[in-house]
Design a protein around this ligand. Structure first.
Ligand code: BGC
Length: 261
């Protein structure tokens, strides 16, 4: 637990399930006040709100599509109206869909880019504008992936969005460092979340993924959430413009593990 997080205000996008849910609940355990953004499942979002309140924090569920400017502005307003400020912007919402690149339509491509990359742009820049206006030395945390560096066939839209997030984060970190606003990425590998549920339910597919993870384990959402809490806290007060990977070593060229090459 990080004492300095107590009473801080966060927006977590895509917080009704998966990594966003785990992060929102962890922020609740840190006794933070959390805007739990969701797209289309109010019941799941309310469950997260309840979990946060039980953990000792406070929370409110707010609907919004992160690819829409007015909706993202609404999330920041909700943090201000409900909890009086905004200290931590966690841009987590993201989507992915397997499609071979030569059959991918522009609409398929743009859909992923608009949620993952443009949504992160909107969340980051609007949060920073709010922090500058109110003199807050806050932080922005963006959900990237190991695929900000690892190419991913059939997911060119997704990998492009995450590569884009890497540069978006570094650029904003540089631009606002002198204002005391930190901007960082989390880069998860294969984690037990709904986005991966179908893949991991298939034993063969799961084994294939495990063979790509040096630690031989699928990660848990709470292991990603603990990185979000760290990056939000003063313990990471000198950390900006970086990606903290949570991937069991997935990016370490596992095919070289036997010392061949
Ligand atoms: C994706 C997962 C995938 C992992 C490793 C993540 O960004 O969301 O579906 O298992 O990368 O490839």
């Amino acid at each position: 637990m990080y004492e300095d997080l107590q009473g801080k205000v966060a927006v977590v996008t895509g917080a009704s399930s998966g990594l966003g849910k785990a992060i929102a609940v962890r922020f609740g355990q840190e006794k933070m006040n959390v805007i739990v953004n969701y797209l289309n499942n109010p019941d799941e979002a309310e469950e997260v709100v309840t979990a946060i309140k039980h953990a000792g924090g406070d929370a409110a569920a707010v609907q919004g599509d992160v690819s829409k400017e007015a909706d993202v502005a609404g999330l920041i307003e909700a943090a201000h109206d409900r909890f009086g400020t905004l200290d931590v912007m966690m841009n987590n919402a993201g989507i992915q869909k397997e499609i071979e690149s030569h059959t991918m339509s522009l609409a398929d491509y743009e859909k992923v880019i608009s949620v993952n990359l443009s949504g992160t742009f909107l969340g980051s820049t609007k949060a920073i504008a709010y922090m500058l206006e109110h003199g807050i030395k806050g932080c922005v945390i963006n959900m990237s992936s190991v695929h900000e560096v690892i190419p991913w066939p059939h997911f060119v839209h997704y990998a492009s969005s995450k590569g884009g997030i890497k540069m978006l984060t570094q650029t904003l970190a540089l631009e606002y460092a002198a204002k005391g606003i930190r901007v960082n990425n989390i880069g998860p590998g294969a984690i037990n979340t709904p986005i991966n549920a179908e893949k991991f339910a298939d034993e063969e597919a799961k084994q294939e993924v495990l063979s790509m993870i040096p630690m031989k384990e699928i990660g848990e959402p709470e292991q990603v959430a603990s990185i979000a809490a760290f990056l939000a806290s003063e313990q990471a007060g000198y950390v900006t413009g970086t990606t903290l990977f949570v991937d069991g070593g997935m990016k370490l060229y596992p095919s070289f593990r036997a010392g061949k090459g």
